[in-house]
Design a protein around this ligand. Structure first.
Ligand SMILES: [Zn+2]
Length: 307
């Protein structure tokens, strides 16, 4: 096993390669989370200092499942919210409520690899043909039946196979490679190819819309209000959030709609606290805060509207 230009190469190098990469990513996330900044500033720091650690390897490696698990965990750590309360797709769409998107690891991976195949190493096909010819000549038929191009003791795919997969729309990984392929084709002659590919891939790799996420979360939080939730004009609500000059307020709304406040009920704490505004006999949970008189009465008074 050897390290060449930052990549561990050789048989059974996967663990070493991935572990070193994820450790650095995790360390950066921890440093950003320790600063306790608001969501927009946190996302800027994450996009600049954390995910960029993965950018170099993203050009040639397909990230494993554990990288995405770490990414999902990092959002609860960075935003101080319960695990996965923003669903899988919401952190990448916060621009739609006037804040800053987190960069998606999968979008970065696929866009960087596609750009590499098209622009940086455009002669990969020649290398692929040479590898294919060598596999036909030297590999056992049992591996060739499964279309393997390397011996079984290599636990990572040949880099050139990853580049080929990128150009083909990642058929082994994605359920709808035709849509991906079409989106990639439309960006092929673009000047800023990685940026264009990222924009094209975002709605394909993260298809859940904000209204769908909010509706789902609100329905599970307040099932008795199903009819009212269905009647919400989400276009209007999102437009108001987007126009607000304070994206901190937008994120507070989003956290409420997603039941993402870390109340003791939501965190399943062993010791359940009571209402933080002092209501007797009421527990520390979002269902109570939505109608907590001690919270809302001063707000109604200030806004001069009747409760
Ligand atoms: Zn209360």
């Amino acid at each position: 096993m050897l390290r060449y230009l930052g990549f561990w190469l050789g048989p059974q190098c996967k663990d070493k390669l991935i572990a070193a990469l994820l450790a650095k990513y995790k360390d950066r996330i921890h440093k950003i989370a320790s600063a306790y900044t608001a969501q927009a500033a946190t996302a800027v720091a994450y996009n600049r200092d954390a995910i960029t650690v993965m950018g170099y390897h993203a050009q040639l490696l397909v990230f494993p499942r554990e990288a995405y698990d770490l990414e999902a965990k990092s959002f609860s750590h960075l935003l101080k919210i319960p695990h996965r309360s923003f669903a899988t797709d919401l952190p990448f769409k916060l621009k739609e409520v006037g804040s800053v998107n987190f960069t998606s690891l999968q979008v970065l991976n696929f866009a960087a690899m596609y750009r590499t195949a098209i622009k940086t190493i455009p002669d990969w096909e020649e290398i692929y043909r040479a590898l294919h010819a060598a596999a036909d000549e030297y590999l056992p038929i049992s591996l060739r039946v499964d279309e393997k191009l390397c011996p079984a003791f290599w636990d990572t795919e040949p880099i050139v196979c990853n580049l080929r997969s990128a150009v083909q729309g990642f058929p082994q990984i994605l359920q709808n490679p035709r849509a991906v392929k079409q989106a990639l084709r439309n960006t092929r002659n673009s000047k800023h190819i990685q940026k264009q590919v990222s924009a094209a891939l975002l709605p394909i790799l993260h298809p859940m819309t904000l209204p769908a996420i909010f509706r789902k979360r609100l329905n599970s939080m307040l099932p008795e209000l199903g009819l009212h939730i269905r009647a919400i004009d989400w276009d209007a609500a999102l437009s108001v959030l987007k126009q607000t000059k304070r994206c901190f307020a937008s994120i507070c709304c989003v956290k409420t709609w997603c039941n993402a406040w870390t109340t003791s009920a939501r965190m399943h704490d062993a010791q359940q606290m009571s209402c933080l505004f002092g209501c007797e006999g009421e527990s520390d949970n979002i269902q109570h805060y939505l109608r907590c008189e001690r919270l809302w009465n001063p707000i109604f008074q200030r806004l001069r509207i009747s409760p």
